[in-house]
Design a binder for this molecule. Sequence first.
Ligand code: 2HG
Ligand code: ZN
Length: 457
Amino acid sequence: MTASLAELARYLPHLVLRTEPGDLEHYGRDWTRRWTPAPLAIALPGSIDEVQGIVRWANAHRVAIVPSGGRTGLSGGAVAAHGELVVSFDRMNKVLGFDAVDRTLTVQPGIALQAVHEAARGHGLMYPVDFGARGSCQIGGNIATNAGGIRVIRYGNTRQWIAGLKVVTGGGELLELNRGLVKNATGYDLRHLFVGSEGTLGLVVEATLALTEPPPPCNVMLFALPAMDALMRVFGECRRRLKLEAFEFFTDRALHHVVAHGAQNPFETASPYYVVTEFHENETEALAVFEHCLESGLVTDGVIAQSDAQAAALWKLREGITESLAKYRPYKNDISVRIAVVPDFLDAMQVLLTREYPDFDVVWFGHIGDGNLHINVVKPAHVSDADFIAQCETVTKRMAAILHAHGGSISAEHGIGLVKKPYLASARSEAEIALMRGMKRVFDPHGIMNPGKLFDP
Ligand code: 2HG
Ligand code: ZN
């Protein structure tokens, strides 16, 4: 143990500190698996006081802090590869309170998203942000990245559900932001600055989440589509006639991987594109939409779930994609454009990717109803890791230029972290980035909070 760590242990005698190699490895990385973890130690605070104590100590010793949730991030935001102190919220994972009148749930940052869902359900309500990593990701990380997921189309991103936040800034102050108020016209809403700040301004130590009514029982339908240009037309039809909870797409390559990983393909013949959609209406209205799309040649096949088990099996085809690809450690892109621009943008992307990756396995899927596309590129066996990353980065640079031309964003919901840092300027102006740097200096005067993420120090 270094002298400064020994001092931290003396200063906060109840703080759990870990330095075993297995822990350094485990807590030093996220799902990107590109960087070798090398943190100084792992601190597992049990209270807000301990978090403040850690930040004070880190400022005094100029030790960098990497906040750590479930580490399911895909942009390297939770990577600790340079002797940082990882602050994990694994021990701060409780529900602190529920308010039936305000319909809010107050939680510690280390609670898993799924546990938030269960707690809300236990009160007859719903926390609507949802995505595949729900069992492992933590609410603090969701807030730090303004996580999106499969129900943004109806409920919006995490930001919309944050009624209040307690944060410890990089300077060590404890701020209580918005305190659950519905209306609060008192100047800058600092709460929203912390949502999506990727741990660069401070640490979220408590969150008050807004809850809502659960939807009526929903139906889940899977469509097979013959061509990419049918996608947005099917979306238009579904959005016009159905109250959508989700509208997600994936390609035949995605289906191939997810089926190889154990999911069931309900179709006998292959199609290039698929859509899974969930909506409030009954089967009759859904079948009318399906028949209209079939007659117009927009879809070639479809299945409507007849039970919860079948609905889950259809969802597995979409939600299982990331896990089915994990063993290849694919290069990931998470991009967005305005919904109106999606068709033009898809055309431009198809030209780029067909030209740049003629023989690569390129897997497209995502939240197409939000204009958010995930593009995973699998490394061919004959290409080295370094050449693969170099080629993907060249293509991403071109993609960033196309995005810029279409007014889009290089990161829709995964954050910038380390992976997308070189492309930040394609989505944010020089003036914006300068202001962001200035804000970091205000909240984190010694630059100890997640340095090197989002932009270079
Ligand atoms: C999803 O929508 C996640 O499933 C992960 O955002 C996307 O693995 C990915 O690229
Ligand atoms: Zn996603």
